[in-house]
Design a protein. Sequence first.
Length: 519
Amino acid sequence: MYSLLAVFGMLFASCSQEEIVSTSGTGSNDGMVRLSVNVSDEALVTRASQSLDVEGYVMRCICQAVNAEGTLIEGFNEIVAVTDGKASFEFEAPEGAANYLFWADYVEGSDIEASKSALYNATSLLEVKYNLNKNVKLFNNPAADAFCAVASAANIGGSITLKRPFSRIAIKASDLEKLGLTGLDIITPSINAMQGYSVLNQTASAAVTLQLNINETLNVSTGDLAFYCYVFPVNSTVTKNTNIKFTSASDEIGKSISITAAEMQEKASSSNNAVYLTPDEDNPVQPGDETIKVDIIIDNEYTGEEGGTEEPGTDPTPSTELAVGDYINTNGEKVATAEEAIAVVFALGGQNDNSTYAEGKTVEAYAMSLNKATNRNRVDTYTDLGLAVTDDAANAYAGLAFSTAIETALGTASDATAYQMFNSFFNNSLVEATASENLSEWYIPSLAQLQAALATTNADLIAALKAAYTGNYYCASSTVTAEGLQGIIYNITDGTSGSPETIGTGASAVVFPVVTIFE
């Protein structure tokens, strides 16, 4: 059997034509949330049908809600049909809703409630899975597409844009000959990818193999793409290689494209990517070649295939709208990778926060640093500082205000060094001070902010938290109750966090600072 060493070509793409955009409002006195969902008609350049319609399927849109801790609110699950690119929601706002989650996908047949006929199990939008991970319908099928978004309950008005949570892995029909696949019209894919996708955190949690059922056959597509499928963002959980085998009735051995787990982790690690397996133009396939080399192609101006494809429309300008799990750089701008970033977004604006920011500033989001600001230091007898009890009940996200109060109290101490952890943070921080007008200063998070940040399943943030100390440790907050300073024990083995606890005066803790991002 021939083996094609597949190195990816990747094109970054953001949806435009088939983003799902919603506008919303609430009744003035009736406590109802009303949402109109529609699909933009701009730049219909890449889906042959020029619409979201897929023959044999209907499109549904699901809305669920989570509380401030990121837990689904039980009993709230709204499902509406997307018809001619439009849909409407009207519901009573559930008590305790902090964020709304949206997911739009396809259901085979005509009943949007027939969840078993959907390609995805969206019972929980915190853990979306493939409904049929062994099924031919996951491949070369525009109905395998889906869109999602998260919106703050406090800022539900305005527009909400649903985007693909996937990377699309594809082989262009025009590349078949150069890849030595001419005449091989039967495909047997074995795609090692991820599922358990959280719309809230934009990460997937479990490995899965996408393949055909016994006796199913997948043929090379007659469109511009010979093969394509959609995969959730891949991380180190995937350890098996991917294999895409091409055969024919007269050649049952055929050839295979092998994609290593490391390549999947590198090139399919984020959403809304177009990832292509392309031939190496400098080393064309020769008769008898057993190894076919391919190139990496990155085109940031991707707007769809020439002449139209099965892929929904895209916009060459990536979205700058922040979402939980996004990376931000020193300018408070959304970036693609942790290498470019200083922090990870853990919550959007609209939270209860009475912190004093510069005049005219509106909070867009909150993010936690990818680096600790202090080593594990003693909190010492901080009770001597006379710290006031913080008003978390009314202003749970006022970490900057709480942190500023601690800094002020420390400034009155005769010897600030006697309070090792606070002194390290305010006077000898390990993180560089922010310098952008789009960002606040770094501060010690409130307890609610700390809980939300530790619950964010961003792999790079988890790695940073695990590496902060050699054993389990207290992560400090700026919240002060009648019992004292509050913190959370972080487990470095499994990356989990415990319930809030009072940090004793003889204990030690680490500070992972947070920053407020402005619109």
